[in-house]
Design a binder for this molecule. Structure first.
Ligand SMILES: CC(C)(COP(=O)(O)OP(=O)(O)OC[C@H]1O[C@@H](n2cnc3c(N)ncnc32)[C@H](O)[C@@H]1OP(=O)(O)O)[C@@H](O)C(=O)NCCC(=O)NCCS
Length: 149
């Protein structure tokens, strides 16, 4: 039995996602307005993950579909719940849904210095396909990664 429950987030989950996003990303957080925009954007799905049987979500993800391509926009787990497989579970869920709905490729961007996230994506077989110099507010470079579905 899986130790996680994942469900699609509703607009009423906005305050929960705002809190989770701030906890996960700290000073690199999108902030309240961007979270609300993400929840309302067409073709964007938001997910929440819970330890099975518990009521409080510990992580979230935003992803969107664009024709045959899908893109992960954000994924975060609260610091206290890390290294228990939640992000991997969210990723697997997205990969499965994208495959089921006929998507061919899954893309994402990740800070080149974000070793934890990079390790996670490599584990799921994402490959680096490009680099965006000074992509982030703090001047950090982004790697563009792709998984062929
Ligand atoms: C990156 C993040 C989402 C990972 O969430 P998580 O739930 O802790 O990840 P998982 O437990 O599913 O990790 C699965 C595997 O990925 C790798 N991994 C994850 N975090 C890692 C870290 N900090 N250092 C090294 N490897 C890491 C490991 O191989 C891990 O397996 P293991 O724990 O058995 O060694 C989480 O650290 C986070 O929210 N960070 C801040 C927000 C962020 O950077 N999001 C990604 C933006 S692109």
């Amino acid at each position: 039995m899986s130790g996680w429950t994942i469900r699609t987030a509703a607009r009423s989950d906005e305050p929960t996602i705002v809190k989770l996003e701030a906890l996960a990303f700290g000073c690199a957080s999108w902030g309240e307005k961007a979270v609300a925009d993400g929840l309302n954007a067409p073709k964007v799905s938001a997910l929440l993950i819970f330890p099975s049987g518990e009521k409080a979500a510990i992580g979230f993800a935003f992803w969107r579909s664009l024709g045959e391509d899908a893109e992960i926009l954000s994924i975060g787990v609260t610091p206290r719940a890390r290294r228990r497989g939640a992000a991997r579970e969210l990723l697997s869920h997205i990969i499965e849904r994208a495959r089921e709905t006929g998507m061919r490729r899954l893309f994402l961007e990740v800070d080149k210095a974000n070793c934890g996230a990079l390790a996670l994506y490599r584990l799921e077989n994402f490959e680096k396909i490009g680099e965006r110099r000074r992509y982030y507010k703090n001047g950090g470079d982004a790697l563009v990664m792709r998984l062929d579905l």
